[in-house]
Design a protein around this ligand. Structure first.
Ligand SMILES: Cc1cc2nc3c(=O)[nH]c(=O)nc-3n(C[C@H](O)[C@H](O)[C@H](O)COP(=O)(O)OP(=O)(O)OC[C@H]3O[C@@H](n4cnc5c(N)ncnc54)[C@H](O)[C@@H]3O)c2cc1C
Length: 428
């Protein structure tokens, strides 16, 4: 049996270990941090990724820590509705769409790996520093200064680099990829404990990207305080700020952004109040990597953010990693030569994901807010249909969903149309 080493125990590395285990492998994981803690804020798990978690036998555990998405609604900076569509099963897909705290998702996968592969499958405090491969395998060197019990060197038949956006594995394979691409936008990523709004599973996309910036809001945990309140995730994109550090754990206050959305009048949510009462807020530059020209190099390959760090706008980063995890496990199980198997994995995945990296850079479906802003001159409108016809909006969403692997079921496109028309008002 192939001896497979996974570098990095983020959501992608852990899901890869579980998929490989399903195919009969016993992979080992090597993680830089000495303790896995539930870090981060919200992530949006699309139906195609819920399918992957379901196939891993984790659907019930996942439901227990996440919130089902019901609807996705786009608003101008004044709070006027532009477009609405259902989510997940409500749209006719075979699986839910769900929102979750990134750290809770990682902990769920971590617990599953420990239960199925044994605690010894994961070595913590073990940072990969370099590797060398020959015809028969790969030697990996680690900095174990945070865990003296961890090895300084291992040998494996195959190495999968799943070490995130600042991947050491990628930087050795593709030194020219070290520099990240900065969008010019800074993300304020916050969470607030508050009563549920609308369906209790609504994602809101608010703001005009030219005048105000963008605000995305969605709940990530139900009954977080035993009193029926939800933990609500929000992300604000702001431009004209210098690039902040590429550190997911960089805390910040909300003073600078508290009043940015004061003009946004929604009858179900006080946006400024939500921001002002944040439980915590982090700063992160909106960065990605240019699409990579290759992922697999002999017995070594890349997966997850290491292979395709993308803007989180379309909510696809972690979702695509779960698909990578299935495909690489299938190829390694089906093709006896590991070099050929890694090539086949790359062939099936890289081009599709590279398209998403670029599409996310180009605003993805969030572009509808810019279109309305430009056509309305940033002023409240009387009738959205005259400036942004429904059919035009639907074609943008349909194309994006299809390319992200989530073609909208035909009969539900028209259900979306009725919903859209019935909810259209000039006030919100
Ligand atoms: C602390 C943290 C918080 C995050 N918060 C958010 C968030 O709020 N919202 C969001 O959309 N995305 C967030 N992300 C990114 C998100 O997790 C990824 O986009 C997505 O889940 C894909 O996961 P990944 O496993 O490929 O990468 P990551 O989640 O980045 O995981 C990579 C793992 O590799 C480990 N690692 C790094 N270098 C080495 C090395 N040299 N040797 C061994 N191990 C190494 C890291 O410690 C980490 O555990 C966060 C990432 C991190 C690390």
């Amino acid at each position: 049996m192939l001896d497979i080493a996974i570098i990095g125990a983020g959501p992608a590395g852990l899901a890869t270990a579980l998929r490989l285990h399903q195919q009969g492998f016993r992979p080992r994981l090597y993680e830089a941090v000495p303790e896995i803690k539930p870090l981060g804020v919200g992530v949006d798990i699309k139906p195609y990724a819920v399918k992957e978690l379901t196939e891993l036998g984790l659907y019930e555990a996942f439901c227990a820590i996440s919130v089902e998405a019901h609807e996705s609604i786009f608003y101008t900076g004044h709070g006027q509705q532009i477009f609405a569509e259902n989510c997940g099963r409500h749209m006719g897909y075979d699986h839910d769409q769900r929102f979750v705290h990134r750290g809770q998702l990682q902990m769920m996968l971590y617990n599953a790996v420990q239960a199925r592969l044994g605690e010894e499958a994961i070595t913590l405090g073990c940072r990969c520093s370099r590797f060398e491969q020959d015809e028969f395998g790969v030697t990996v060197w680690f900095d174990n200064s945070l865990n003296s019990a961890a090895p300084t060197q291992i040998r494996a038949d195959v190495v999968i680099g799943v070490d995130g956006i600042r991947s050491v594995v990628r930087s050795h394979l593709l030194p020219e990829s070290v520099r990240t691409h900065f969008s010019g936008l800074t993300l304020y990523r916050g969470v607030t404990v508050m009563p549920p709004f609308k369906t209790g599973g609504s994602i809101l996309h608010i703001g005009d990207p030219i005048r105000q910036g963008t605000l995305i809001v969605y709940p990530i945990q139900n009954n977080v305080d035993g009193q029926g309140n939800q933990l609500v995730n929000w992300v604000i994109e702001q431009n004209e700020k210098p690039q902040s550090e590429e550190d997911w754990n960089q805390h910040t206050g909300v003073k600078e952004i508290e009043h940015v959305f004061d003009d946004c009048k929604l009858d179900f949510l006080d946006v400024s109040q939500m921001i002002a009462s944040a439980r915590e807020c982090y700063l992160f530059p909106l960065i990605d990597h240019d699409p990579l020209p290759a992922w697999s190099f002999g017995r070594i390959t890349l997966l997850g953010d290491a292979a395709h760090a993308m803007y989180p706008r379309g909510g696809n980063s972690v979702c695509q990693a779960f698909v990578d995890a299935r495909v690489i496990a299938e190829k390694l199980a089906a093709i006896s030569d590991p070099v050929e198997a890694l090539k086949a994995y790359e062939l099936e995945r890289r081009e599709k994901v590279n398209w998403l990296v670029l599409a996310s850079r180009g605003e993805g479906p969030e572009v509808v807010r810019r279109i309305v802003e430009e056509r309305s001159g940033g002023k409240p409108f009387e009738d959205i249909e005259t400036i942004f016809p429904y059919e035009e909006a639907l074609s943008i969403f349909s194309e994006y969903h299809a390319k992200a692997g989530m073609k909208i079921p035909t009969e539900h496109a028209s259900a979306g149309a009725r919903k859209y028309k019935s909810v259209f008002t000039t006030s919100n």
